[in-house]
Ligand binder design. Structure first.
Ligand code: ADP
Ligand code: MG
Length: 711
């Protein structure tokens, strides 16, 4: 990288400098690659993949699994028949940063041989041979290409995370692998356990091809190599699931890490984290700090507080740089955390649990672990899905502390007492056991797997959860009374959204307000549009007033988006795109809007506009008819309605749960009689967010299968 000083060089020198840098960087990368623990077993791993159709690879975080194995397989000819290598990640950030790194290691621009694809972003081309993607995205691809025919190898990475998509994918891949080898051998599947699902895949493929495949001329597919990679040492569960598949261990390299606990319980974990960060900065030797936080909001407030405290320190102590990393951070910013800290400076990386195993950031010697993580939970009795902050498991705490011992001996500060650690659960419950399944059930049905309860899951979800999701899909009109996918359901499955949001777009196209609903859905799909720092609560509330709609948060979000868009378009008429973007960021700052979140919403918006256009839906606007839009909101989100109680609290109509309107809602004070909402958050109370005022009679009219006229 040319430094500030390099700018003073004459042009020629500068060029030489850059070239020299490039060569040495290339050599440095080569050296780094050679030194990775996995490099020592390259040949052996390739042999194992060659000899086993399904292989489980277990290796410590940072040993080089994700970045190196795909390159080895490419080098040793696993793409020779034209197939590509797909690697799934539970997290978007991992897919993006790893793909960028691998492209750099190969010395080629991203999107050519190496690319990535995540929901709402595809950076691949016809030349792509190594494709990183999210597990959810590969599931979507299976909808269009049930044999996943373009892949010769699929690597399911981070399988220990057991995200819901990974779990479903494992079941699906097992079938695809079987179906593909059957297409070659022409043998009948005798595995009775899976006959149900294996059949579904064949039937679906048959239907898709108008029964051409029903004749003996089954298309021949190359066999699919399946590799399951995990950072946890327990490979047994995967091995058993894949009929005793072989597991190999890659020996890692780990330096000792000293663990520290607090003497007493911490009440304010942000404050405790700050104190610890500064203690490390002022008292400890060189090395970067990694802090685990629960989400974008927390990360941004810690970042701000660090800068505030830095200003109070003497000049010489201010050499501390902050680097946030979380999923909705624009991808050009995500790579910054990997840059080495400038001489004499210390880096503090503020990360969500993305940095636990998915990405390895070099240079970390200190880990600060408050022991918390944001997790999806689902209450099958209440039928509500919510994001809550929970304590980590022991396995997660160990992974986190391990991050301090990659480059040398390290220290980990757990912001809780030792006795508390003993009480943590050993490992995290797989996501499929604790989240709403409607999306998965809808996708499985669209894949032709009707009997979801008997699907060959690595771990079965609770029956009640499956039944509940079938019930809500039925209420949304996605499945029929006899549990078959309806036409609406098929349309919904094509959209890369939560079923409720997909349905909202379809309903809106009938109401004639799809233009507005596309914006609402895009805005609802991102975290924290409003930027409300603790110390500027008053100012941010005032700023919100200019957008606030007395009708509720949906219309408020629409107002924000439209105001931002108008500002941007006007700017674009007189300035370059870049300048217009810059001005928009300034506008966001002035208006207490989170520009990162808004950018993300704008990206999502342009993607889903394309989606609905491909589906042939008509994007019309209701102009200023907000009544119509609110009726559409009611018709879309009727599953989450609540009525005001005499004491001012709300009772959720379907579950009976008592909730409050969240203080961030524009309706917090207005307290209308009847509301619909999108999100439920549990802190000390149960709060609902993204709320709109509606008329109860609309529910009776628009969702008569669920609501009747009351007294
Ligand atoms: P694993 O998958 O086994 O956890 P990875 O393949 O992700 O390991 O990482 C291997 C090494 O590559 C790590 O030491 C990590 O620091 C380095 N690395 C990964 N991504 C980057 C990046 N974007 N920039 C610099 N180094 C990176
Ligand atoms: Mg990895």
């Amino acid at each position: 990288m040319p430094s500030m000083a390099a700018n003073n060089f004459s042009r020629n020198t500068h060029q030489n400098q850059t070239k020299g840098d490039f060569v040495s960087r290339k050599q440095k990368i080569e050296q780094q690659r050679k030194n990775l623990p996995i490099a020592a077993v390259e040949r052996r791993l390739v042999e194992e993949v060659r000899n086993n159709d399904t292989l489980i690879i277990v290796g410590e975080t940072g040993s080089g699994k994700t970045t190196q194995l795909p390159q080895y397989l490419f080098k040793w000819g696993f793409c020779r028949d034209g197939g590509i290598i797909g690697i799934t990640q539970p997290r978007r950030v991992a897919a993006i940063t790893v793909a960028k790194r691998v492209a750099e290691e190969c010395g080629i621009p991203l999107g050519q041989k190496v690319g990535y694809a995540i929901r709402f972003e595809d950076v691949t081309s016809g030349q792509t041979k190594i494709k990183y993607m999210t597990d959810g995205l590969l599931l979507r691809e299976a909808l269009l290409d049930p044999y996943l025919s373009k892949y010769s190898v699929i690597i399911v990475d981070e399988a220990h995370e057991r995200t819901i998509h990974t779990d479903v994918l494992l079941g699906l891949l097992k079938n695809v692998q079987k179906a593909r080898s059957k297409s070659i051998n022409g043998v009948v599947n005798t595995d009775h356990n899976n006959s149900n699902n294996g059949h579904a895949l064949e039937e679906r493929i048959d239907n898709q091809n108008d029964g051409i495949l029903k004749s003996c001329q089954v298309k021949k597919y190359n066999p699919l190599k399946l590799i399951i990679m995990s950072a946890s040492l327990d490979a047994r569960v995967f091995s058993e699931y894949f009929g005793g598949a072989k597991a190999v261990h890659v020996q890692g390299r780990q330096f000792p890490v000293d663990i520290f606990y607090t003497h007493k319980p911490e009440t304010d974990c942000i404050d405790a984290a700050l104190i610890t960060i500064f203690q490390i900065h002022l008292e400890e030797g060189p090395g970067d700090v990694l802090v685990f936080l629960t989400g974008q909001e927390e990360i941004e407030s810690v970042e701000r507080l660090i800068h505030e405290r830095l200003r109070q320190l003497p000049e010489c102590s201010r050499k501390l740089l902050t680097f946030p990393i979380f999923s909705s951070l624009p991808s050009e910013k995500q790579m910054r955390v990997f840059m080495p800290s400038p001489a004499g400076h210390r880096k503090v990386i503020l990360a969500t649990n993305i940095a636990e195993t998915s990405v390895t950031i070099p240079g970390i010697r200190y880990v600060v672990d408050p022991g918390l993580v944001k997790a999806r939970t689902y209450d099958p009795k209440m039928g509500v899905d919510s994001l809550i902050i929970v304590t980590t498991s022991k396995a997660q705490a160990l992974q986190r502390s391990g991050r301090a011992g990659r480059d040398g001996p390290g220290k980990c500060y757990r912001l809780y007492q030792e006795s508390f650690f003993e009480k943590l659960t050993d490992s995290t419950l797989p996501e499929i056991k604790r989240c709403d399944l409607s999306n998965v059930v809808l996708q499985l049905k669209a894949l032709g797997i009707d009997d979801v309860i008997n699907f060959d899951f690595i771990e079965k979800p609770d029956r009640t959860a499956v039944v509940n999701s079938l019930w809500s899909l039925y209420l949304l009109g996605a499945v029929t009374e006899d549990n078959k996918l309806s036409d609406v359901g098929r349309q919904m499955a094509r959209l890369p959204l939560d079923p409720v949001y997909s349905k909202a777009l379809i309903v809106a196209s009938q109401f004639g307000c799809l233009k507005e609903m596309l914006i609402c859905v895009a805005m609802l799909s991102v975290e924290s549009i409003f930027y409300a720092p603790r110390e500027k609560l008053e100012e941010s509330r005032n700023a919100l007033k200019s957008f606030a709609s007395p009708e509720g948060d949906h219309l408020t979000l629409l107002n924000v988006y439209c105001a931002a868009d108008e500002f941007f378009q006007k700017n674009k008429m007189v300035h370059s795109e870049e300048k217009a973007e810059k001005n928009l960021r300034k506008w966001c700052k002035d208006n207490y809007i989170n520009s990162r979140s808004l950018k993300h919403a704008r990206d999502i918006h342009s993607q889903i506009v394309r989606n609905v256009e491909q589906m042939g839906l008509c994007v019309t606007s209701c102009e200023d008819d907000t009544l119509l839009l609110r009726r559409c909101v009611a018709a879309s989100f009727f599953l989450k309605a609540a009525m005001k109680q005499p004491d001012g609290a709300y009772r959720v109509t379907l579950s009976g749960l008592i909730v409050q309107i969240h203080p961030s809602s524009v309706l917090f004070r207005a307290k209308p009689e009847c509301i619909v909402f999108n999100e439920l958050v549990h802190t000390n109370h149960s709060y609902v967010r993204n709320v709109s005022r509606i008329d109860y009679l609309w529910l009776v009219e628009l969702a008569p299968h669920l609501y009747t006229v009351q007294d």
